[in-house]
Design a binder for this molecule. Structure first.
Ligand code: GRF
Length: 221
C-alpha cells in the first residue's frame, strides 16, 4: 500500500462534504489512500467541527475575526496545515477568499467543490441562478484552485437534472447528494496519482469515463 495522501480539510459550516470524506477516508477505513490529518475551521461554531471530533480527527480553529488582515489569517492557517503534516488542502464549504500568496503556495495541491457545473455560475446562490436561467442540467465541480474565485482546472463534475417543480431547496438537495459522491471520487483519483495538470487543465488517467448522452426531458423514442 502506497503512503496515503495527508490532507487538511477547510470548513466554515455544516460539514456534510467533510462527513462524506470522513465516511470514505476516515480513521475507520483500512488502507485508505487519503489520511485526514487536520480539519480546520475559520468559525468556532461550525457544526462540521463536531463531525471531525466524533470521528477522532484533529481539529483547529483559526478564527478570521482575530486577524488584522487576510494575509495574517492565511499565514496562520498555512502554519497549522503544515504543522499537521498535510501535503494537500481540501476546501469543503470554506467561505473565505484566499490570498494570492496562499493560492500560489498550494498550487495544484488545493482543491475546492463548487455547487454548479463550472464555468457556469461561479460565486454564490448557484441554485437560484440555475433556476432563473432555466438550465436543464445543474451540478457540482471539483477543481484545483486558482486566483479568480471558483476558477481553475476541473478534475471531476457531477450533473443532475433540473425538474419543472424544483425550488432552490429541492435542487440544492439533489446537487448536495451528488457532491457527497463526487468529492471522495475526485480525491481518490488525486491520491492514487491519476490526476495531473497540463496547460492549466486537469488530465485524469486510468479512470472509467462517463459515456452516453444525457437528455432532459428524457429521450423517449
Ligand atoms: C456545498 O454546497 C459546497 O459545494 C459549497 O458549500 C456547501 C458546503 O456544504 N462550497 P457542507 O458544509 O459541506 O455541508
Amino acid at each position: 500500500m502506497a503512503t496515503p495522501l495527508k490532507v487538511a480539510v477547510l470548513i466554515s459550516g455544516r460539514g456534510s462534504n467533510l462527513q462524506a470524506l470522513i465516511d470514505a477516508f476516515g480513521p475507520q477505513i483500512a488502507d485508505s489512500p487519503v489520511k485526514i490529518a487536520l480539519v480546520l475551521s475559520n468559525r468556532p461554531d461550525a457544526p462540521g467541527l463536531d463531525r471531525a471530533a466524533n470521528a477522532g480527527l484533529k481539529t483547529e480553529i483559526v478564527d478570521h475575526k482575530a486577524f488584522q488582515s487576510r494575509e495574517d489569517f492565511d499565514v496562520a492557517m498555512d502554519r497549522e496545515i503544515r504543522a499537521a503534516g498535510a501535503a494537500f488542502v481540501v476546501m469543503a464549504g470554506f467561505m473565505r477568499l484566499l490570498t494570492p500568496q496562499f493560492v500560489t503556495a498550494w498550487k495544484d495541491k488545493l482543491v475546492n467543490i463548487h455547487p454548479a457545473l463550472l464555468p457556469a455560475f461561479p460565486g454564490l446562490n448557484t441554485h437560484r441562478r440555475a433556476l432563473d436561467a432555466g438550465v436543464r442540467f445543474h451540478g457540482a465541480t471539483v477543481h484545483f484552485v486558482r486566483h479568480e474565485t471558483d476558477s481553475g482546472p476541473i478534475i471531476a463534475q457531477a450533473a443532475v437534472p433540473v425538474l419543472p417543480d424544483d425550488d432552490e431547496s429541492t435542487l440544492a438537495a439533489r446537487v448536495l447528494q451528488a457532491e457527497h459522491k463526487l468529492y471522495p471520487l475526485a480525491l481518490r483519483l488525486i491520491a492514487q496519482g491519476n490526476v495531473r495538470v497540463e496547460d492549466d487543465r486537469a488530465i485524469v488517467s486510468d479512470a472509467p469515463l462517463a459515456d452516453g448522452v444525457l437528455f432532459n426531458p428524457a429521450l423517449t423514442s
